[in-house]
Write a protein that binds this ligand. Structure first.
Ligand code: KMH
Ligand code: ZN
Length: 314
């Protein structure tokens, strides 16, 4: 077995690899140092219509106001899906560039673009959004049924996105919709080495109809199968929001919340704003003695390249 050097728990390109496997028990989550909580807000998504959900931020102005509100509430990163002039999901580079640069000018948030897009988006457009100069980008590690649709993520697209991110100094966030996608992540890291920044960060997306359930049991199974040294957040879709949030906090994880995943705050109460969801997450994280990380602390943890102009750096 090789003991080649590791950065952030993954192999370096060109180094011999060790067998793929779960983290050693000695490095289990309960032994890891306690840190603050990275709160990511996913404010819009690609699935809901503005006509059905008036509080959904779809214009650049709404997105910027949402980002500012969520930053003040404790978010450190924003996961962005962009809408066009008709509020339809788009990967058009003009729209994406405008949205990302506007949020970067108005906030200190780590800016993550979605490469998942909508289930109807093709591979070329999903790779091309990386030219909009995000700090980070989502990278889903496998195909998953998505309600009546299929969210297609074949191996060759995963590799292509991964390498394109590294070429552009973009930090991936590996989106995990099912346990087996962690096997694909290990295969990816063993074949291609560490991502830009040298650190692996995953987001467990739980409760999509067709993916893993939004349960503590599924979360614990995923955490045991993460690459050594990885950090992770979790997001529970719909009614899975609170069970997943509480399980993630108790297992040392970070949180993603937002109207991409949750439209109901409590039974009979539609979500009023993304800020409302971030405030609840920040309050629970603080109660757990793991208060929200600042954007600067999130940058350091994730290995983000600083793209902010000198006059906006915090
Ligand atoms: N909208 C979903 C089909 C991502 O952003 O990378 C995919 C998604 C994942 O939301
Ligand atoms: Zn998304």
């Amino acid at each position: 077995m090789s003991t080649g050097p590791r950065v952030g728990g993954v192999h370096q390109p060109g180094q011999p690899t060790a067998p793929i496997g779960p983290r050693s028990p000695a490095r289990a989550w309960h032994d890891a140092p306690v840190t603050g909580t990275l709160i990511t807000v996913a404010p819009t998504g690609a699935e809901s219509d503005k006509s059905d959900v008036p509080a959904l931020p779809v214009t650049v102005q709404e997105l910027v106001e949402t980002a500012q509100d969520c930053e003040a509430a404790g978010a450190a990163m924003i996961h962005i899906h962009v809408r066009d002039g008709g509020a339809r999901p788009t990967l058009d580079l003009g729209y994406v560039r405008e949205a990302l640069s506007s949020v970067r000018e108005a906030t200190d948030l780590v800016i993550q673009v979605s490469t998942g897009g909508a289930v109807t988006d093709g591979a070329e457009a999903r790779v091309a959004v990386l030219d909009a100069d995000p700090d980070s980008a989502s990278l889903t590690c496998g195909t998953v049924n998505f309600g009546d649709d299929v969210f297609l993520n074949p191996w060759d697209l995963i590799e292509r996105l991964y390498l394109a991110m590294r070429e552009r100094a973009v930090v991936p966030e590996f989106e995990i919709f099912d346990l087996g996608q962690l096997t694909t992540l290990s295969r990816l890291l063993d074949k291609h080495g560490a991502p830009y920044g040298g650190h692996v960060h995953c987001d467990l997306v739980m409760g999509v109809p067709g993916g893993m359930p939004a349960t503590a049991q599924a979360l614990v199974a995923c955490v045991a199968a993460l690459p050594e040294g990885a950090t992770w957040s979790a997001t529970g879709v719909g009614r899975g929001t609170l069970p997943v949030m509480l399980a993630a906090l108790s297992c040392g994880g970070h949180l993603r919340v937002g109207m991409e995943d949750t439209l109901t705050f409590a039974p009979g109460q539609p979500v009023q704003s993304n800020g409302q969801l971030v405030r609840r997450a920040a309050a629970l994280a603080t109660t757990a003695l793991r208060p929200p990380l600042t954007p600067g602390e999130a940058r350091a943890m994730l290995g983000i390249k600083d793209r902010r102009s000198a006059d906006t750096r915090g």
